[in-house]
Each structure stands twice: as C-alpha cells, then as structure tokens.
Design a protein around this ligand. Sequence first.
Ligand SMILES: O=C1O[C@H](COP(=O)(O)O)[C@@H](O)[C@H](O)[C@H]1O
Length: 255
Amino acid sequence: MTAAPQVVVLADSNSLAAATAARLVTAIIDAQAATGSASVVLTGGRTGTAVLAQVLAVPAKDAVDWSRVDFYWGDERFLPAGDPDRNETQAREAFLDHLPVDPARVHVMEPSDGKFGDDPDAAAEAYARLLVAKAPGEETVPAFDVCLLGVGEEGHTASIFPDSPAVHETDRTVVAVRDCPKPPPTRVSLTLPAIRRSREVWLLTGGESKADAVGLALDGATEVDIPAAGARGRSRTVWLLDKAAAAKAPGTHRA
Ligand SMILES: O=C1O[C@H](COP(=O)(O)O)[C@@H](O)[C@H](O)[C@H]1O
C-alpha cells in the first residue's frame, strides 16, 4: 500500500530549496526522536543538490545528530570517484562535507574505478546486498524515512527512464542502467519497488521544462511512460514544486 501524491507549490526555485531543506531537517529530527536514527535517500540533479546545500542554512540542523543518519543514493552516474558529475561528489560538496556525519553511514554506490571496476552490474548487485544487510528481518530494502528524488524533463526519476528495462523491473532492487538518453549513459539506480519501500517519497523539481512531466505524472500517466508517477512512499508521497514546474499540475495548493 502506498500513499497518493500530495502537491506543495513554492513561489520559485530558491523558496523550493529552502522550504524543502527545512522539511528535511524536521523529518530527520522526528525520525531520530522516534527511533534514535534516521535514513535518507539522496538525489542528484539541480533541485536536489540545491536542497542539500540549503540544509546548511536551516537553524534547526543543529538539533540533528548527524552521526546517526544513514545516507543512501537513489541513483548514481557511473563515473570515476570524485568526478564532478557524480551525485555523490555533488552531495558531499553541497552538505555532507560540512556536517559531522559518520562516514560509515554514508552508503555510496561504487564508482567506475572502484572495487568492481567498470562493471555497473557488479556495482548494482553490491548495492542491493548492502540494502539487504541494512534491512530489517526478511526485508530486502530498509524502510527509508525520506527518499528524495528528482524528476527529469521526460519524466525519469532516479535513473529510471521511460519505457526502459529499469522501469519494467519488478524483482531486483538495484539495477545497472545503460544507454540513458541523458548523459552520462551508464548509471546505477534503485528500482521503483525499492523506492516504494520508503516511508516518505519526496519528488523535487523546478522550472518550466518540467511542467509537462509533472502534469502528466499527477494526471494519471503510467509509470512506464512517466517513471516519476510510480515513485510513492508507504506513508506519504509529496511533490515539492516551484510555480513553473507546477503550471500543468492538477489540484495544487500553495505552501
Ligand atoms: O541525472 C539525474 O537527473 C535527475 C534530475 O536532475 P535535474 O537537474 O533535472 O533536477 C536527478 O533526479 C537524478 O538523481 C540524476 O542522476
């Protein structure tokens, strides 16, 4: 069972990043109060990275015990370690390097020059094994407190592109993705069944170029056509948008 989407619209990209960062800090504080720790799936992309950078400006960030947050990634561009286009590199520069996180709780997807070499399938399988190790009981994926996701112009989320093998995956939790229409062509991604294990899924996007995909996703498009439409959390699914991205979304309200 997953939650139907809610939509929150902010005035512009700066407000979107600031408001989402504040929500994220609150969600982490709430999770730590309830269970002692928190888990967050990070996203790459312009909006996602802007949100992470804004976390540093949230006063309540000092109420978080950053050493008790597990960080995962929804997808990764399969590039050498430290490449500026890796989602990991961008997240580290935007916020992880500036917070007292526990390095052992920063769970990166392997780079293309990592221990599996240039083999994205091996990197995907390793990440799937990591998720099993972190999941409770017989589960294969942790119940992430918050899964942050971006949305592409054509409706991709994580690195799940329309009508690609990844969007048809029903069994595996992490897959290698090849021949992506958006560079770089090779990536590693959580699948939709893995994303749907999250307690909360937050889809973040801004700008006019995303309005068609957002409108279609919220108006009943299939996940095969618009993969972001299939990204839902068990307790909450929230689309956090700026006005431009929300222009074609049905039933929106201002934050
Ligand atoms: O390539 C990717 O793009 C999406 C969206 O990025 P944006 O710059 O259009 O916001 C992102 O969600 C994904 O993690 C990333 O690998």
